[in-house]
Write a new protein. Structure first.
Length: 703
């Protein structure tokens, strides 16, 4: 039996898509750039990163752990012990406890396994590494680390304070075999030194801290600038009139103001046997190295200051507020330095991982900058807040991907939108993408501000896909495709901004994420538009196949709001689709990064819809989730590609739970080719397959 049907931009949605939706994260679909394959293409992007080494697979080799403060995502990489190469893996992210603001891996109990130190309100929380039998695991050891405070009378224990903006140094600073802590005071102007007495009390498996100095190194930061004072400068200012080993009964003359936002990394930079302090500041583009000498009876440990670090090589120079991490990143047995922004909202977003190779030793460091995009340059990283939309730009029947964003960070806090095209150069069953342009159709220069998100569909009945573009200010812009059926896209300029009946441009809020989809099943594409507040607008198409016309019916469709905290920031990013029985389902990206899933959408947009799962499919690659659901690799399972705040993309392939009917149909019942198609579609079925009817569905959900 053979049928031939002439379609325009249609995808067959057969019964194989029915049943439970199951997804697994993958890096299996190759993506190529100018330099060849992009090895970690679907890692998820990086902006404000924190770096540690830890043995993930318990094979005795230190692997790589990255936490992105800007989006809350975790990335893990296994190291090949023979070659030193890193391989992206998704097998371990779920093994870690919830991380807030910062994380450092340190072995506090001398068992050879690195434990977790992370932020908790008021200070530090510790998870003990309890991995056994090759299985990575962590157990809460301390919900809030204490320190002992004795100022001459009424000594007491209290929380060892660390600001959520800061990153402390957790290191064996005095070389006695246990971990000490340097952290900025509550005012953020001076540094506290908390000595660990675990070794002294004969129990390494303890967190026995005592405040030993409230103004360590005679170091102070200015309250309103990145200026750092040391030694006599601070004494003359009467801001730090003590610096002795025992701070009991000493008084602190506090400098006016507060200064929150500082990072500390300690290592012996100059080879004098004393660890030095590398400081990052919330208002500074560079970092400051403070040279320390604690030998002898000294009241002034800090003896030199280097404000343009490293002065012997390329100086750190990024948008403000950096942190440094002293880890062996190139597997030569010597720890290197990785510098990255600690600003979770605005940062360099495509060159924010500065790797300085240490050509010296751990105790006499010689740094040489190797790259400003370590690991980051080996993935799809489209700046800050990423979006993806399917299209067939060259009419070859294969799904291409258009990547957009809030923008790429520019000096002065400006974000410039970019349009990246991933052209599918593979096949229906083995997709392979190539980044062919970073300025599709010249749209980087549209002048419509930041946060531009497209959606495609035939709105004038001419057989090609037109486009609506949502912007950051709440407006929608129409671009007509004049190419015609089966031709590469050709969009007309100028574009047309969608107007209300009164002639004013529609204002649907901010940060729009539109989708063209026939929600009411009348054969016309409607507009479903998410926005910053977390609600989703429904604009019904009241026009015709040849001429669309939209009317706002509901500004909170189904009463679905993705603002989980009640702070009017939800960033809803809807994606609707039809199951094979014609029922409408939907997934919503949210500010939290989790997906809402609705398995049965009511036709009444004014009713209260039910969210089936508010943490759907275990999909998470960072905050500001923006998913699409498509069939990308010909296995007859839905797949998800998900944008995130870090500018990258997570790929989640469907599968592992097909129905028996699906298996039967795929293996023997029929073959469809080409799929998708812009022209002739052939369906070849075996006689006796028992199929009495078929439904054809286009990418916008029209049957």
């Amino acid at each position: 039996m053979r049928f031939s049907i002439l379609l325009a931009s249609f995808i067959l949605a057969g019964s194989q898509f029915s049943g439970q939706l199951v997804f697994h994260r993958s890096n299996a679909v190759p993506v190529y750039g100018d330099g060849g394959i992009i090895p970690h293409a679907w890692a998820g992007g990086l902006n404000a990163t924190q770096w540690s080494t830890i043995d993930l697979d318990i094979d005795g080799t230190e692997d790589l752990f990255i936490f992105d403060r800007s989006s809350g995502q975790i990335q893990t990489y296994l190291k090949d012990p023979s070659t030193g190469a890193y391989t992206l893996t998704f097998d371990y992210a779920s093994d870690f406890p919830p991380i807030q603001d910062w994380i450092l891996f340190r072995d506090f109990n001398c068992d050879g396994q690195k434990d977790i130190f992370t932020y908790t309100p008021g200070g530090i929380r510790v998870f003990e590494n309890t991995s056994v039998n090759g299985e990575l695991s962590f157990t809460l050891r301390s919900s809030l680390v204490d320190s002992y405070y004795d100022f001459g009378s009424d000594p007491y224990y209290s929380n060892l304070y660390v600001s959520n903006q800061d990153i402390p140094s957790i290191d064996d600073f005095d070389g006695d075999g246990d971990l000490d802590i340097h952290t900025f005071t509550l005012s953020g102007l001076t540094i506290e030194y908390h000595k660990n007495f675990a070794v002294e009390i004969g129990n390494c498996d303890s967190l026995a801290f005592e405040l030993r100095n409230r103004c360590y190194g005679m170091i102070g930061e200015d309250a309103v600038s990145p200026t750092v004072y040391i030694g006599q400068e601070y004494i003359d200012g009467e801001y730090c009139t003590f610096n002795v080993l025992d701070p009991k009964s000493q008084e602190v003359t506090s400098k006016d103001g507060v200064h929150s936002g500082s990072t500390i990394c300690t290592f012996d930079y100059d080879g004098n046997g004393q660890r030095d302090l590398l400081l990052g500041d919330i208002t500074a583009r560079d970092m400051a190295m403070i040279y320390i000498d604690d030998r002898g009876v000294l009241t002034d440990s800090a003896f030199a200051l280097e404000t343009e670090f490293p002065s012997a090589d390329v100086t750190v120079d990024m948008h403000v507020f950096h942190a440094a991490y002293f880890e062996d990143l190139d597997h030569d047995g010597v720890r290197d330095l990785l510098v990255s922004p600690s600003n979770g909202t605005e940062s360099e977003d495509q060159a924010s991982c500065w790797f300085y190779k240490n050509t010296g030793t751990d105790n006499d460091v010689d740094l040489q900058l190797q790259t400003t995009s370590f690991i980051q340059g080996d993935m799809l990283d489209n700046g800050t807040v990423s979006f993806v939309r399917p299209l067939d730009h060259n009419a070859d029947g294969l799904i291409d991907l258009l990547l957009t964003n809030r923008g790429k960070y520019q000096e002065g806090g400006v974000f410039h939108v970019t349009f990246w095209l991933l052209e599918n150069t593979g096949s229906l069953t083995e997709p392979s993408f190539e980044l062919v342009t970073e300025n599709f159709m010249g749209w980087n220069d549209l002048g419509l501000g930041d946060h531009l998100v497209p959606t495609f569909g035939d709105l004038d009945g001419d057989g090609d896909e037109d486009m609506y573009l949502g912007d950051g200010t709440g407006k929608l812009h129409y671009f007509e495709n004049s190419a015609g059926p089966g031709q590469p896209m050709d969009f007309s300029l100028p574009f047309v901004t969608l107007l209300e009946d009164g002639g004013q441009a529609w204002d649907l809020g901010a940060s729009l994420t539109p989708q063209l989809f026939d929600l009411d099943d009348d054969g016309l594409l409607d507009l479903i538009v998410g926005e910053r507040n977390g609600n989703t607008n429904f604009l019904k198409n009241i026009g015709s196949l040849a001429e669309h016309d939209f009317e706002l019916i509901e500004d909170t469709i189904g009463d679905i709001v993705t603002d989980l905290d009640g702070n009017l920031i939800g960033y809803s990013s809807p994606w609707f689709f039809r199951d094979t029985d014609g029922s409408v389902q939907a997934i919503f990206g949210t500010e939290s990064g989790r997906l809402f899933y609705l398995d049965d959408v009511d036709a009444d947009v004014n009713s209260n819809w039910t969210v089936t799962d508010s943490m759907a499919f275990d999909v998470f690659n960072g905050e500001r989730a923006s998913p699409i659901l498509i069939e990308i690799n010909g296995d007859d399972e839905w797949d998800i590609i998900n944008g995130d705040k870090s500018g990258g993309f997570g790929l989640y392939l469907g599968g592992e739970a097909p129905s028996s009917l699906s298996e039967s149909l795929v293996s023997s019942a029929f073959t469809v080719f080409p799929n998708p198609t812009n022209g002739l579609l052939t369906i070849r079925m075996e006689n006796g397959a028992g199929i009495t009817s078929l439904q054809l569905m286009d990418v916008s959900g029209r049957l």
